[in-house]
Design a protein around this ligand. Structure first.
Ligand code: FAD
Length: 424
């Protein structure tokens, strides 16, 4: 077995891509957004590049280069609360979708199964419509512009995502699963929970029977007349239906206690890349490791810029963790991530490997496999859930508005923004 050595991660140079995948860049983006956060409620629905009326924080929040609580605290610290409530709500939508899927993990598996079936079943004119749609050649100018914007920049404004998904499903009559996969492939913020559940919501599968229909008049208004798809859209389509899927929430496993005295290793995944601002920040480790797993990228068919974003973000997190915990960092082999993670754990001679929770998605599956492998060596893989998630996720049992109430009243959102702050 190859023994891991210590390798320094590479950090990006200027201009590698539009978004710099580092925590510093995320915090800078947040700081530059805060002064305009009060105008967000009024301006956020307008879809006019370069989209400077919205925060564009999603790629940073998605990989937890910065945290939801940091985004909320930053706007609350500076702006009157009532003026930034809309922004706070939007950030909480991310937490809501995560919590909703955590309590119904089989919805992600059902999505992947259906995606495979829909891919295999694509034939004839539908397969031509699909090829044209993803190439930005559907013949509907607004849709084609958004398809190109997505593949070129890795970003789409929320309103454009809603219109795009709706046109994909109800006008082009393509399987929603393939549209969601197209988003996951190209979005720098591509996320199993927000993406899958938003597509289900547009289709009318999340809130059964309630779908989102893109309307030409609405598109013309919010694009400042840049597009006017009058007569091009099906504005009468009915919601999709599907065979019964059990949507009853399941109780979340209890959050683990962390034992500060047992020597352990720290493992990072692109699901949470800010260990120094977490429950783990005061623990002592023998080493920290992380790395991209090629098989995750391949099975989701991720585009190169998406993979590169994760790779560089991991490298950034490793160098921060190395400095914060004063331990050597190690980059795990992409080709056989599982074997590399196992070898690194053994090389540390520890009884425990600790990590921040990987929510439902492909990384969760990889971590479950690693758990089984480490158990054979008597090493425990400990997944620590953030307090934000432990308190808020259980509230995602029904719709967003009860969840928002839960966040406000029962878990004291205020106090959640003050915990796990960086140590001096
Ligand atoms: C069909 C569809 C697919 C989507 N896929 C994803 C996805 O894969 N990953 C993803 O992060 N978001 C997804 N969203 C949600 C939302 O569109 C993006 O989070 C948002 O547009 C990101 O841009 P921003 O950072 O400028 O957002 P802002 O408008 O500035 O909002 C601030 C933050 O709040 C959160 N947020 C805002 N709106 C939503 C929302 N509707 N749902 C969840 N979180 C939200 C994001 O973290 C965002 O960064 C999807 C929405 C739709 C309709």
């Amino acid at each position: 077995m190859r023994r891991p050595g210590i390798r320094k991660p590479d950090l990006p140079g200027d201009g590698v891509q539009a978004e710099t995948p580092t925590r510093a860049a995320g915090l800078a983006r947040l700081a530059s957004f805060v002064p305009q956060a009060a105008a967000y409620a009024r301006e956020r629905n307008r879809v006019v590049p370069p989209h400077d009326r919205v925060s564009r924080l999603a790629p940073y929040l998605r990989h937890r280069l910065i945290l939801e609580r940091e985004a909320v605290a930053a706007v609350w610290d500076v702006q009157p609360r009532d003026t930034v409530d809309k922004f706070v709500s939007e950030v909480l939508w991310r937490t809501y979708w995560k919590g909703w899927l955590e309590q119904r993990p089989h919805v992600w598996d059902a999505y992947l199964d259906q995606l495979r079936r829909d891919r295999d079943g694509l034939a004839g004119t539908a397969s031509i419509r699909y090829a044209e749609a993803i190439a930005g050649r559907s013949g509907i100018p607004c849709f084609d512009a958004w398809a190109n914007e997505l593949t070129e920049t890795g970003y789409l404004h929320n309103h454009a995502r809603m219109w795009f998904a709706s046109i994909w499903i109800f006008t082009l009559r393509l399987p929603w699963t393939l549209g969601a996969a197209f988003f996951l492939r190209h979005l720098l913020d591509g996320d199993p929970a927000s993406n899958t559940l938003s597509w289900r919501w547009v289709a009318g599968l999340h809130t059964r029977g309630k779908h989102y229909l893109a309307r030409a008049e609405n598109i013309a208004r919010y694009t400042d007349g840049r597009f006017d798809p009058k007569g091009e859209l099906d504005e009468q389509a009915l919601p999709l239906t599907e065979p019964p899927l059990d949507l009853t929430p399941r109780a979340l496993p209890a959050s683990v206690e962390l034992d500060v005295d047992i020597p352990s290793g720290l493992l990072l995944t692109p699901e949470d890349l800010a260990p120094e601002v977490s429950r783990l920040s005061l623990l002592r480790f023998r080493g920290v490791a992380g790395g991209w797993d090629e098989t995750v990228g391949e099975c989701l068919d991720l585009a190169l810029p998406v993979v590169d974003f994760s790779r560089v973000a991991i490298a950034d997190a490793l160098s921060r963790a190395e400095a914060h915990f004063a331990v050597p960092s190690y980059v795990l082999d992409e080709g056989d991530w599982l074997a590399a993670a196992e070898a690194w754990s053994l090389s540390l001679a520890v009884r425990k490997v600790v990590m921040l929770e990987t929510p439902v998605g492909q990384w969760r599956k990889r971590i479950e496999q690693l758990d089984a492998r480490l158990a054979r060596h008597g090493i425990a893989l400990v997944r620590a859930r953030r307090t934000w998630d432990s308190r808020l996720w259980p509230g995602a049992t029904r719709g967003f508005f009860p969840f928002r109430e839960h966040a406000n009243r029962q878990t004291h959102l205020e106090s959640l923004t003050r915990i796990e702050r960086p140590q001096p």
